[in-house]
Structure formats: structure tokens, C-alpha cells
Ligand binder design. Structure first.
Ligand code: UD1
Ligand code: MG
Length: 440
């Protein structure tokens, strides 16, 4: 199959009014990635070499977003929504380039997996002209029914056009299908709109192909594959299914999740074996975690790289650019942003490290703050290997603490400190005997 070329036509012209959103429906995210981008990923994983995105609502926003998640996709505007067959034909120019397989997919059906698509493509490779992806929903109301005779798919009937007997059929159209490229335009051009909704239905190509004596088949996918998103409740449902799949995949790959249902992954989270994630942890986009790491409860991470055997949290916030090298520790109520914490360094309590380097083996005392921002620009703090920063110190950037430098507790450091030096940056304590009781 791999040598067969394949164009994925993704229908995303719908307005999505039920989302009640200023943003096009298919740009709403699941695991931090627009739902239509999940569809693109599945198409690519199923071997699609070309991508045609049919848009119609929020076209500029859609084009801009597509440049990020599908830079190679061609976009086609369907000016008026006259039905799914009409929408596919908006991409006529792409289809006429002569692909072996055309995979029609919906931008609002993000949980479709590559395997279901590949199965449909396989049917084309075996000689079918059309392979429809079917499924058995718990409640078939509203879906097109797959009408089979003698093991062959003869028609798809939309709910509104079904007879009472046909409404009892539980095998439904997931919406997506694979069509042999050599037949696609001819079949689509034959579709009319004499049905209850007066729309040009993609599903009509099943009967049209059958009438031409072509082979039409149905494959079966799980319900999740066909879950279409129309409102934010369904968006949350899809998110939950996506997270459940990802958590299971992580656990089977050797990650311990103590309370899996409380851990949230992003579409691109990478996490190594023998890492333990305690309850209530959030992974935003761009997190890569190596092996043997412990992420304690209630930590929030994004744009972060963590090397082997680090320890993070509880209640740690690692923001974009945080880079923890082997065996580094970032403890409770610490925030790290755009900073490297080198091997074995410890940032354990109530600390902010931003725009900085913490050298290998350095120890950052409780309540240390790198003062990186003067209201206009950001400045860098460089803390050398093995340095010791006493508790409650402010390091006013730009500033360098040399290797083995020692900062006395409660210091405000505004000048760089050489290697191995001891620096105090605080007023000397004055003790007045007997004076305390006058103050009470
Ligand atoms: C469609 C199927 C139905 C199937 C169901 C599964 C048809 C005729 N019906 O019905 O058999 O059970 O999906 O969810 O295909 N779109 C456009 N332009 C249009 C019309 C639709 O881009 O002119 C897009 C929509 O944005 C959506 C997709 O096509 O992403 C499906 O359209 P929708 O109106 O949701 O079709 P259903 O009535 O759900
Ligand atoms: Mg629908």
C-alpha cells in the first residue's frame, strides 16, 4: 500500500455555532493542539502525501493556523455550504492531480486513528472503489445508516431520509471514507440534492458506485474514532478520551502514574521509562522528560526539558526554557523560567530562577530571587559551579556569582562576586541590650 499516493481532503467549512465562540470550531484544542491538527496527524500517519483543507468560515484565521500545523496543506474555500459532496468538490483542483487514494475526513472528528484510515485504504488497494468507515454508536439517532445486502454496502441513508425499518440499523456512517482517485471526481459529479435536506451528500456516492458495478465496502472502527465535536461538552469528552489513551500509552511504556486520571499530557509530551508522576500534574506543550525522574504532586510544566533522575515539586512551576540537567532538584513553590539548572544543583524551596544558569552542584537557599527584570528588559544571572546562595537573597541581574562563591543569607547582590569569594549584601545587625522592653 505504501507506494500508493494519497490525498486527504479534510472538511472544515462548518461554522460551529454551537461552540459559541469567536474562533472557528476546528481550531479549538485537544491536548493543546487544534482538533483539525489531530485530524491532519492521523491522515499523515495513514500515509497521506497530499493535504487539502476545505474551509469556509474564518478563512484567514484558518489559513494562518494551518501554516503552523500543516504547512504543506492546500486550502480551498467552500463559499456556500451545500453539503459534504459539494465540500469535497471544493478541492477539485487537488483531487484532479491524480492520486491513487482520496481520504475524506472531517475536521471536527479529532479522535480518528491512523489504523482505521489505513484499513479503509487497504480496501482500495484490494480493488474497492469506495471504502466507508462505519461504527456502532450506543445511540444511532442522527447518523447515516449503512445499508448492506449480501455482505455488500449498497447505500448510506441519512436519518431524515430513513424508513422506520432502516432507522433500526445500528451500523452507522462515521462520515469518513476512502475513494479510489480514478473514480472520485466522476462519482462526486453525479451526486444530486434531492433529499430531505436538499444537500449534496457525499454518502450518495455509495449507490452511484454500486450502480456502475464498482465494489463498495464498509470497514468498522470504534465509536471514539467517529466522535464529532459540536459543542464544548463534546470537546471535553474528546479531551478525556484523548488523555485516557495517552496515559495508558505512557504507563505501558514504563511511566508510573499514581493517579492517572489526574495527570494531563499535551499532544507533544515526551516522558521516559521509570519516571514517576504523582497526582495532579499538568504538562503544557513542549515538555521532554528523561528516565528515572520524579514529578511530585501539583506541579505545572511547559516548554521544559528534564534530564535523568531529576526531582521536581511538589508545587513546582517549570516555565518555557527551563532546562534541568541530570539529578537536578527543583522543590516546592519554586518557579524556573528560561534557565538551566545544571547537574546535581538544588533549588529546593520558595525560589524564583529566571534568565539564569545555576552551575553544577550549586545550592540555592530558600526564598532566593533572581531579579531579572527592571520593568523594561530582562537580564541574566550566572551562578557558578558549587556556589552557595544563602536563604532570602536577591540576585539583581545582570550579575555573576563565581564558582564556589558564597552569598550570606538575606543579601541583596548587585555586584558580581568572584570565584570562591564570600559576599554579604545586608546591613550589619545591631543588638541593644535591655531596649526590647521599651518597645512593648
Ligand atoms: C455526516 C454524514 C453522516 C454521518 C455523520 C457522522 C453526510 C451526508 N452525512 O452527517 O452519514 O453519520 O456525518 O458524523 O456526509 N461540511 C462542510 N461543508 C458542507 C457540509 C459539511 O465542510 O457543505 C463539513 C462539516 O463542517 C463537518 C463535516 O463536513 O466537518 C460533516 O458535516 P455535518 O453537517 O456535520 O454532517 P452530518 O449531518 O453530521
Ligand atoms: Mg456532524
Amino acid at each position: 500500500m505504501s507506494q500508493r499516493s494519497c490525498l486527504s481532503v479534510i472538511l472544515a467549512a462548518g461554522e460551529g455555532t454551537r461552540m459559541k465562540s469567536a474562533m472557528p470550531k476546528v481550531l479549538h484544542a485537544i491536548a493543546g493542539l487544534p482538533m483539525v491538527a489531530h485530524v491532519v496527524k492521523a491522515a499523515e500517519a495513514a500515509g497521506a502525501t497530499g493535504l487539502a483543507l476545505v474551509i469556509g468560515h474564518g478563512t484567514e484565521e484558518m489559513r494562518k493556523a494551518a501554516q503552523k500545523f500543516a504547512p504543506k496543506a492546500e486550502t480551498f474555500v467552500q463559499e456556500t455550504r451545500l453539503g459534504t459532496a459539494h465540500a469535497v468538490l471544493a478541492a477539485r483542483e487537488a483531487i484532479s492531480k491524480g492520486y491513487d487514494d482520496i481520504l475524506v475526513m472531517f475536521g471536527d472528528t479529532p479522535l480518528i486513528d491512523a489504523e482505521a484510515l489505513a484499513t479503509a485504504r487497504q480496501k482500495l488497494a484490494e480493488g474497492a472503489a469506495v471504502a466507508v468507515i462505519g461504527f456502532r454508536p450506543p445511540n444511532p439517532t442522527g447518523y447515516g445508516r449503512l445499508i448492506e445486502k449480501g455482505g455488500r454496502l449498497v447505500a448510506i441513508r441519512e436519518e431524515k431520509d430513513c424508513s422506520e425499518a432502516e432507522k433500526k440499523i445500528g451500523f452507522c456512517n462515521a462520515g469518513m471514507m476512502a475513494v479510489a482517485g480514478k473514480h472520485a471526481l466522476r462519482l462526486l459529479d453525479k451526486v444530486g440534492n434531492s433529499n430531505a435536506k436538499g444537500e449534496f451528500y457525499l454518502t450518495d456516492i455509495v449507490e452511484i458506485a454500486g450502480a456502475e458495478g464498482l465494489d463498495v465496502v464498509a470497514t468498522e472502527a470504534s465509536f471514539e474514532n467517529a466522535l464529532g465535536i459540536n459543542n464544548r461538552a463534546e470537546l471535553a469528552e474528546a479531551e478525556a478520551i484523548w488523555q485516557a489513551r495517552r496515559r495508558r500509552e505512557a504507563m505501558l511504556a514504563g511511566v508510573t502514574l499514581i493517579a492517572p486520571e489526574t495527570v494531563y499530557f499535551s499532544h507533544d509530551t515526551e516522558i521516559g521509562a521509570d519516571t514517576i508522576v504523582e497526582p495532579n500534574v499538568w504538562f503544557g506543550p513542549g515538555v521532554q522528560i528523561s528516565t528515572g525522574v520524579t514529578i511530585h504532586a501539583f506541579s505545572h510544566l511547559a516548554g521544559t526539558t528534564i534530564a535523568a533522575n531529576c526531582e521536581v515539586g511538589p508545587f513546582a512551576r517549570l516555565r518555557p526554557g527551563a532546562d534541568l540537567r541530570k539529578k537536578a532538584k527543583v522543590g516546592n513553590f519554586c518557579e524556573v523560567k528560561q534557565a538551566t539548572v545544571e547537574e546535581g544543583a538544588k533549588v529546593n524551596h520558595l525560589t524564583y530562577i529566571g534568565d539564569a544558569r545555576v552551575g553544577a552542584g550549586a545550592n540555592i537557599g530558600a526564598g532566593t530571587i533572581t531579579c531579572n527584570y527592571d520593568g523594561f528588559s530582562k537580564f541574566f544571572t550566572d551562578i557558578g559551579e558549587g556556589a552557595f546562595i544563602g536563604s532570602n537573597s536577591s540576585l539583581v541581574a545582570p550579575v555573576t556569582i563565581g564558582k564556589g562563591g558564597y552569598i550570606a543569607s538575606g543579601s541583596v547582590i548587585t555586584e558580581s562576586v568572584p570565584d570562591d569569594a564570600l559576599a554579604f549584601g545586608r546591613a550589619r545587625q545591631k543588638t541593644i541590650p535591655g531596649k526590647g522592653k521599651d518597645c512593648l
